[in-house]
Design a protein around this ligand. Structure first.
Ligand code: SAH
Length: 514
């Protein structure tokens, strides 16, 4: 079985930006990496696939970095590999297309270090898919060329290249070509390419920030400049571009290009961020709260020892479910629950409970809040004993109302603390007016965030440049404590409802019209 040792160095493609376009294999090795050496073009978000304690280094930040000199990356890579570490060299797109993967592989070979190369979705493929432009077409385009624009000055006198490219019977995808676009266009036309040839430039393909222009070859530089598209971008030249529609399937996504701030604690932000990305949005994360373990587990442990004394276990959040079972499972197993019945506040909490192989006995049908739970439980639990699982702070509605009909005991299984990083990139983006929607997932989140707002930020909200969207009427009320307007309130107290509220507002106020 063990006659094969997997390599410990991986030259891995990260794809064009969207995490969904990274291969499963790259995600697999990232999860195991001790050291991730990533290119500047790789979105930081992809580093979340690595362990929190893995070392992550942008090659640009290595000492002595120069884009045209690579040895320091090699040194670092070899040193870590020799120390037995698992190293992932993460590169934008595909590692072997203008990614110097070949040079790095050669260095590893020379050093006698085993490696694996993981292909990635290269920029041209992402551009084609996300702009809905077929790189080949049975009717007119039977070849594709990947070209670098970076080497243009050296090769400018190389006639053959230009002639070949100008006559190429297919689509040209030019990487790193923006800086020398005028030369590229002039040379292609000089060597016989039709000035009417359809072309496009796209930047940030596959991401909500994707921008592009389409025009004829002769006008490409002027159109690019007018649109303010700067490097890095990909140039596509050829008949294929004629298929371009006014907007692609991706550009038609309901939140395409809209900047949305997610304020949930870090552990819970991911799911919402992913949903927003798929909707075409440009999400950023600014956690307004932090979830921590309770400082004192003793009361929880005491209650766990007496679980048999309770008739009902009540959960009001997914965090509560995780906190409770994390503790319970360090002490024993699920049998400890005995015949206790379980009530949860809503479908999300019910799903979380299912991940522990348990079904909720009671879930409110429509109103997923303390009020909904009280309405559901109160009629049937008179005189019974309820163990309420909760956070260090939360609304008192549930314990107060339930106590009117039964015996209630509460245990704190997780703590919420205000934790706003006003030095973060997301906060800076907010200050610069680069965020359009702020999603507020709870009253405590709203308070933690809005308390930090100075006159500049308040001004942006008051003018409607930054729109506050609340998950529930309670959260909207928390916003109003700060005398700020709420742009929309979710119809259901869930992330999905919150996102739907953002979509509705975004439809009502098209991008750039306010
Ligand atoms: N190995 C990478 C290319 C690296 S060269 C790949 O396979 O995609 C860097 C160039 O790639 C940029 O100058 C730009 O031309 C192109 N590029 C990379 N990602 C891109 C994206 N998301 N959208 C448009 N162009 C991109």
């Amino acid at each position: 079985m063990h006659d094969f040792d997997e390599p410990r160095v991986f030259l891995a493609g990260a794809g064009p930006g969207d995490p969904g376009l990274m291969t499963v294999r790259t995600a697999e090795v990232l999860a195991r990496a001790d050291l991730v050496l990533y290119d500047q073009l790789v979105p930081k978000r992809l580093l979340d696939f690595a362990r929190a304690d893995a070392e992550k280094l942008c090659v640009r930040d290595l000492p002595g970095h120069h884009p045209d000199k690579y040895p320091h990356i090699y040194d670092r890579m070899l040193e870590a590999a020799r120390a037995g570490k698992i190293v992932v060299r993460l590169k934008g797109g595909d590692p072997l297309i203008f990614g110097r993967g070949g040079e790095e592989a050669e260095t590893l070979r020379n050093a006698g270090i085993a490696y694996e190369i993981i292909p990635g979705v290269t920029a041209a493929l992402a551009a084609a898919a996300y702009l809905d432009v077929p790189l080949t077409h049975r009717a007119h385009t039977s070849a594709v060329a990947f070209i670098t624009g970076h080497e243009l000055p050296q090769k400018i006198n190389n006639k053959l290249d230009w002639e070949a490219l100008a006559k190429f019977p297919g689509t040209l995808a030019v990487y790193m070509g923006i800086a020398r676009l005028p030369i590229l266009v002039a040379e292609l036309m000089k060597h016989g390419m039709d000035p009417e040839t359809p072309t496009l430039i796209v930047e940030r393909a596959s991401l909500g920030e994707m921008r592009s222009v389409t025009t004829r070859l002769a006008d490409l530089e002027a159109v690019r400049r007018a649109a303010g598209l700067e490097a890095p971008g990909l140039i596509v030249i050829g008949e294929a571009v004629r298929h371009r529609q006014p907007s692609s399937w991706f550009e038609q996504r309901p939140l395409f290009g809209r900047r949305v701030l997610v304020t949930r604690p870090k552990q819970q932000a991911e799911e919402m961020v992913r949903r927003l990305e798929i909707l075409g949005a440009v999400p950023s994360v600014l956690p307004a709260l932090e979830i921590r373990e309770p400082t004192d587990w003793a009361p929880v442990d005491a209650a766990l020892d007496r679980l048999a004394e309770f008739d009902w276990l009540v959960f009001t959040s997914a965090n509560g479910v995780h906190g409770f079972f994390k503790r319970l499972l360090t002490q024993g197993d699920l049998r400890q629950l005995g015949r206790i019945k379980i009530a949860v506040v809503g479908p999300k909490t019910a799903t979380t409970l299912r991940s522990y192989h348990l079904h909720a006995d009671a879930v409110p049908k429509d109103v997923h809040s303390a009020e909904g739970l009280v309405e559901l439980l109160a009629p049937s639990i008179a005189g019974q004993r309820v163990l309420l699982v909760r956070a260090n702070r939360g609304r008192e509605t549930l314990p107060v109302e339930l106590a009117k009909v039964c015996t209630v005991e509460g245990i704190v299984v997780y703590e919420q603390h205000d934790a706003l990083d006003t030095e973060s990139d997301s906060y800076a983006a907010l200050r610069r007016g680069e965020i359009e929607f702020i999603t507020l997932s709870s009253s405590n989140i709203a308070r933690s965030l809005l308390r930090s707002f100075d006159d500049t930020l308040r001004g942006r909200v008051l003018r409607g440049d930054v729109k506050l969207v609340a998950i529930s009427p309670e959260t909207a009320a928390a916003v109003q404590e700060f005398e700020l307007p709420v742009e929309a309130v979710s119809k259901t107290a869930s992330s999905e409802g919150l996102i739907r509220a953002v979509i509705e507002r975004a439809r009502a106020v098209p991008k750039g019209t306010d």
